[in-house]
Design a protein around this ligand. Structure first.
Ligand SMILES: Cc1ncc(COP(=O)(O)O)c(C=O)c1O
Length: 440
């Protein structure tokens, strides 16, 4: 059997890690070496048990190893693992569409499958721009997004993002977007942010294909939260100006904010919805871009009306079978209905640590919680990706049994919907001790 040391040595010699300064990683980091995982726990090969406090980059919506997802995957693998979705189809793809669309809302009639959050957004961007060409309005080709937005890593998804250090190296490869002030960045004065948004959109609607937004929580920007009212007003404005609205629900969808889609809390139906991460229960890369007849019907016609897009694994049967099972588990275990006591435990935990002098701006939307670390005398608690306070905290939390990879100085909690309230209390006992160990 390969030892832990051998795995780490091979890893450091051969593997290039995502979003990782590799010199420091190779010289200094002792990575977690996961041997198995169940529920909210990851087990390191060295015997340590760690709470997966960030849900493995926000994908683990039903925890690790849910037996029904494992069974769905195994059943489908025994039948067939893959076929292209061009000129062929299969039951998992159609049953998933049938179950998914009504859950998103009555206006949704079509789903385009892809591989991950970035491709779900890439599809949305292309759909929106081509939609206006097909309607004979090619000048409507600009995308509009929020300051601090993160929508993924394909060049289209990176262009609509505003992720500073992540995308600086891409320079001229990215296309220009119109930026709106982020509602939570403007000192929570989402009214003021909305007033500026309205001014920009009213002036420029004629050149805009779509506005893209992360509803309720801008994740990678530092878990910046805005109220449903902002979203409702943005939705109404887009309708009035005849601008498409794209909801990037890659992170916030699937119950995380307390409703199946975050957009549901604002009672809006965006024209295009992007889903990934929790969509396939964190088991397989699989994503969907969902839209309405208004958009889809423009694409009915010959080659010039075709969405020339796809990937080898588009509509992968394994991913589709698991994604369908995720929807059934959400229903059968009444997970979204059962969220309130868990959200309450998260609120309790955040209240408990809020008294620590380094903890600022403890915040929560549904089952997503966060706080910002800042020196008690610094006077400012802005999210800062290059601040190392989060990493000091991370090291202490890992020693105590929780894996909490920070976003710079922002510590956040993304737990599966089937977490038990006492497990949240267990996590916050670790958070409290880690804060004291790291900052006194
Ligand atoms: C809101 C949002 N959109 C898109 C993406 C990209 O998803 P993926 O990493 O699966 O490509 C992310 C990833 O964190 C995200 O948070």
């Amino acid at each position: 059997m390969t030892t832990r040391e051998e795995i780490v040595a091979l890893d450091k010699a051969l593997v290039w890690h995502p979003y990782t300064p590799m010199r420091k990683y190779i010289d200094e980091v002792d990575p977690v070496v996961v041997e198995r995982a169940e529920g909210i726990y990851l087990h390191d090969k060295n015997g340590a048990r760690l709470i997966d406090g960030n849900g493995s980059w926000w994908v683990s919506v039903l925890g690790h190893g849910h037996p029904r997802l494992v069974a769905a995957l195994t059943r489908q693998a025994a039948a067939f693992a893959h076929t292209s979705l061009a000129g062929a189809t299969h039951e998992p793809a159609v049953r998933l569409a049938e179950a998914l669309l009504p859950r998103c809302g009555p206006s949704y009639t079509r789903v385009f499958y892809s591989d991950d959050g970035s491709t779900a957004v890439e599809v949305a961007v292309r759909m929106a721009v081509q939609y206006w060409r097909l309607r004979g309005r090619p000048r409507r080709n600009r995308l509009v997004s929020l300051s601090g937005a993160f929508h993924g890593e394909t060049l289209g998804a990176a262009s609509v993002s505003d992720a500073g250090v992540f995308h600086d190296a891409l320079g001229p490869l990215l296309f220009d977007c119109i930026r709106l002030p982020a509602p939570a960045l403007a000192g929570r004065w989402y009214d003021r942010a909305f007033a500026q948004t309205e001014e920009i959109l009213r002036q420029r609607a004629d050149e805009v294909a779509a506005v893209i937004v992360e509803p309720l929580v801008q994740g990678a920007a530092g878990m910046l939260m805005h109220p449903p009212e902002y979203l409702a007003r943005l939705g109404a404005l887009c309708r009035e100006l005849d601008v498409l609205l794209v909801a990037d629900e890659v992170f916030v969808g699937y119950g995380r904010t307390g409703s199946f889609l975050a957009s549901h809390q604002a009672a809006i139906e965006p024209d295009i919805v992007c889903l990934a991460k929790g969509f396939s229960g964190g088991m397989l890369p699989m994503a969907a871009t969902v839209t309405t007849d208004r958009v889809f019907s423009e694409f009915l016609g010959g080659p010039e009306r075709t969405l020339w897009y796809g990937h080898s694994f588009t509509g992968n049967p394994l991913g589709a079978a698991v994604a369908l099972e995720v929807l059934k588990v959400l229903d059968d275990e009444r997970l979204i209905e059962g969220l309130p006591p868990k959200c309450e435990a998260l609120r309790r935990g955040l209240d408990r640590v809020s008294g620590h002098p380094w903890v600022h701006d403890a915040r929560r939307t549904g089952l997503i919680g966060a706080f910002t670390l800042a020196h008690p005398e610094s006077g400012s608690a802005n999210a800062n990706y290059l601040d190392d306070a989060g990493w000091r905290f991370h090291a202490e939390a890992r020693k105590r049994g929780a894996l909490l990879r920070p976003l710079g100085n922002v510590i956040y909690f993304v737990l599966p919907l089937n977490v038990a309230a006492p497990q949240i209390d267990e996590l916050f006992a670790i958070v409290q001790e880690s804060l004291e160990a790291a900052f006194g």
